[in-house]
Ligand binder design. Structure first.
Ligand code: R5P
Length: 317
């Protein structure tokens, strides 16, 4: 694949393995940059390649440590802007703070909007993101956003699995549209679990719409954080007579007791993507499978660079 020297891809420190795979797909080297800390803890970044007049992409997932990765991304964008890059795209495979996207009670911030403002102010001309929790988040940015979805790789994986008697389940009301899209593509019935969030890590699956007796299940969500949502839904599905339960999720955060919960839950396989790097602990869990979004991201970057359509990537999923 021929790509001009005009294209530069830089890596923040959140997900270097994904950046390497993206660059491998594009057959270009990762852009040279040094990320260090001053003795007082402040970060300092120096871009080592000449970026004047170049089309630059900086890839950073704002996963844990969230604030550290976020500030690093902002500094990186500022650095490229001041080095006279022609166009800067913030590639954010996982966008932390996405779930704080509305005032659902008094005296709380809308941090997703604040973060979008910060990214724009720091110097991004465009954003390339994957499954932003809610599609409306694209509108939080006043710059173009190319919004990809992990459904591209997850859908292919589950289609090849040829699961029979399939019912697609949304583990909460908010994800209904995702489950419906999978049902359209893979064929199968649709069911929805009604969940109640008790706290940041506790979730209760109360009721469901749909009959899952004797059915194999694919449960789809955008994020697994503490795994409370998918595990409580899986227990309810089992109570209602479901057979094998599979889970397909884009962002695997696996916070707090998530891995223990998943190990105990009646779930055959949990499939996530590598938008967030996989910890050694997670790699040891046999039922967790990681699929890569590198080719999808690489293809999107190539198309943005060449001013070609990105949405057509999703025509045949
Ligand atoms: C909620 O709206 C999201 O789509 C996920 O269902 C949720 O963030 C998962 O969190 P946890 O794994 O902690 O239940």
């Amino acid at each position: 694949m021929f790509l001009s020297d005009n294209l530069k891809i830089f890596s923040g420190s959140s997900n270097p393995a994904l950046v390497s795979s993206v660059c491998k797909y594009l057959e270009i080297p990762v852009g040279g940059a040094k990320i260090n800390r001053f003795p007082d803890g402040e970060k300092v970044i120096r871009v080592e390649d000449d970026v004047r007049g170049r089309d630059c992409f900086v890839l950073q997932s704002t996963c844990e440590p969230v604030d550290d990765h976020l500030v690093e991304l902002l500094i990186f964008l500022d650095c490229l802007r001041r080095a006279s890059a022609k166009r800067i795209t913030a590639v954010i495979p996982y966008f932390g703070y996405a779930r704080q996207d509305r005032k659902d009670e008094g005296r709380v911030p809308i941090t997703a909007k604040l973060v979008a403002n910060l990214i724009t102010t720091a110097g991004a001309d465009r954003v390339l993101a994957i499954d932003l929790h809610a599609k409306q988040l694209q509108g939080f940015f006043d710059i173009p956003v190319d919004h990809l979805t992990g459904e591209l790789v997850l859908n292919k994986y589950f289609r090849n699995k040829k699961i029979n008697n399939l019912t697609l389940v949304s583990p909460d009301v908010g994800n209904m549209k995702i489950a419906a899209r999978y049902a359209d593509r893979l064929g199968g019935d649709l069911a929805i679990v009604y969940k109640k969030r008790v706290s940041g890590s506790e979730v209760e699956a109360h009721e469901m719409i749909g009959d899952v007796k004797g059915r194999n299940i694919l449960m789809c969500d955008d994020i697994i954080a503490t795994a409370g949502t998918v595990c409580s839904a899986a227990n309810l599905l089992k109570e209602r007579g479901a057979e094998k339960i599979y889970v397909g999720v884009t962002h695997g955060i696996f916070a707090l007791q998530a891995l223990e919960r998943l190990a105990e839950a009646p779930i055959e396989e949990v499939v996530v993507t590598d938008t967030i790097p996989t910890s050694e602990q997670t790699k040891k869990v046999d039922s967790i499978k990681i699929l890569s979004v590198a080719a999808m991201l690489g293809e999107a970057i190539k198309r943005i660079h060449r001013n070609e359509s990105v949405s057509s990537l999703f025509n045949n999923i």
